[in-house]
Design a protein around this ligand. Structure first.
Ligand code: GUN
Ligand code: FE
Length: 418
């Protein structure tokens, strides 16, 4: 089946560089991009035509770090730093997901809100509960979301209602992995919550599972100074936080590490050398008063930086919002650095929220030939001065100003999902 799309195409094939095709065309063959350019493709006799003439068409967004069971507390309880925030609000909220009916209700709503905001690829934390995590995967698939979901592992420091025994955590992870074969668009990812939540025995078992089942890994790294000090006490043999993951085979290519706010040069070198992915969560880092991550420095050093909402530490679910939060955080870093570090341009931050994340899922540069179509169509025609503005200006405003209802169509893996 051939589908042709017409509209104002904006994408970021390279970091910091936009390609803008005014009144351009994209052709899909069975959901895969077969053509992108200024001319109407004429190779195909039979096709479906999608005329989005004056709308903006851009890649949909990748949320590389979010906590699905924290959705009910979104926008609340952000008056405490990380460790107190976890113990006071977060673990209690997540503990409710032992109830699968509650999980179904919450996760269906979350999935819909993600799609409505144009997030089609995710790397997500579930909770420790296997059955609720399977429900999360089902609801994501039903809504049209693709990517990775993890059953969380926690066998210490979770309090009374959010802790597994080591044996239970391993057994439940194996049971969960067996069930994951049922999914087409959502894949499993191993998810030791963070070093303080997992005993060495559990970390070691997860490292073995990562190897035998060839699984990716996600966790948290160097988010908050008290957390880092605690990890140091728990692992006196490790010089740095990242080594507590490395010790057990969890620090490897495509491991996603959220935050990395306080990662120094040595830790950043280890991130780069091992092809670990940084999920920068700017809204969360400010809300939990964690710090401002050195994103420009990381980019200059060649690290793989992506963006995450980190709901509910982050209060912004829309990745458009996270993109602008990343720009603002980078400006704070500029002030802090006495104007020695450049802030992120809109084009750069847009790249981080689209192309940099898409690579994690096997995607190419922007709307690349051969990729499954992941896209949003944005209606900004009611905005002021639309007729006088360039597409670049309209794009910039759309990044800052688009609301859920302005995203009039969403495509995920070649299918229309909104
Ligand atoms: N570190 C361990 N767990 C969490 C969490 O749920 N959110 C954030 N932001 N950091 C964490
Ligand atoms: Fe997080």
């Amino acid at each position: 089946m051939i589908k042709i799309f017409c509209g104002n195409i904006v994408h970021a094939p390279k970091f910091g560089e936009l390609e803008i095709i005014e009144h351009g065309y994209i052709a899909l063959k069975d959901g895969v991009i077969a053509y992108i350019g200024q001319e109407m493709p004429t190779d195909w006799a039979v096709y479906e035509f999608n005329y989005f003439y004056d709308r903006l068409i851009m890649p949909s967004f990748c949320d590389m770090h979010l906590h699905a069971p924290q959705y009910p507390m979104l926008g609340m309880g952000m008056d405490l730093p990380l460790l107190d925030w976890l113990n006071t609000y977060t673990f209690k909220t997540e503990a409710r997901f032992c109830d699968t009916e509650y999980a179904r209700e919450v996760y269906a709503k979350l999935a819909q809100e993600l799609i409505d905001n144009g997030t089609t690829r995710v790397v997500t934390f579930g909770s420790i509960h296997t059955d609720s995590t399977l429900i999360l995967m089902e609801e994501f698939e039903n809504a049209g979301i693709t990517g990775y979901v993890g059953k969380v592992n926690m066998d210490r420091n979770g309090g009374t209602n959010l802790e597994e025994t080591t044996e239970e955590s391993i057994r439940e992870t194996e049971r969960w992995l067996e069930r994951c074969a049922d999914f087409k668009y959502i894949k499993p990812i191993l998810t030791p919550r963070f070093t303080p939540s997992c005993t060495n025995e559990l970390m070691s078992a997860l490292g073995k599972l990562a190897k035998t089942h060839d699984l990716r890994v996600q966790s948290h790294l160097s988010e908050n100074t008290s957390e880092i000090a605690w990890v140091g006490d728990l692992h006196p043999d490790c010089k740095q936080y990242w080594e507590t993951y490395d010790k057990y085979g969890l620090w490897k290519s495509h491991t996603v590490m959220a935050h990395c706010v306080h990662s120094d040069k040595r830790e950043r070198d280890a991130i780069k050398a091992n092809d670990v992915v940084v999920a920068h969560c700017p809204a969360s880092n400010v809300n939990l008063v964690s710090g401002v991550a050195p994103i420009r420095t990381m980019l200059d050093e060649g690290l793989w930086v992506t963006l995450g909402s980190d709901i509910a530490g982050g209060d912004v679910l829309s990745m458009l919002g996270v993109i602008t939060e990343a720009i603002k955080s980078s400006k704070i870093k500029r002030i802090e650095s006495n104007w020695t570090k450049d802030f992120l341009s809109v084009a750069e931050a847009f790249y981080l929220g689209t192309t940099a994340g898409a690579k994690y899922f096997g995607g190419g540069d922007g709307f690349a030939i051969g990729d499954k179509f992941h896209a949003v169509v944005i209606k900004d025609s009611d905005a002021i001065d639309v007729k006088q503005l360039s597409i670049r200006e309209r794009f910039e405003r759309a990044i800052y100003r688009t609301k859920e209802q302005d995203i009039i169509a969403v495509y995920s893996d070649g299918r229309r999902v909104k």
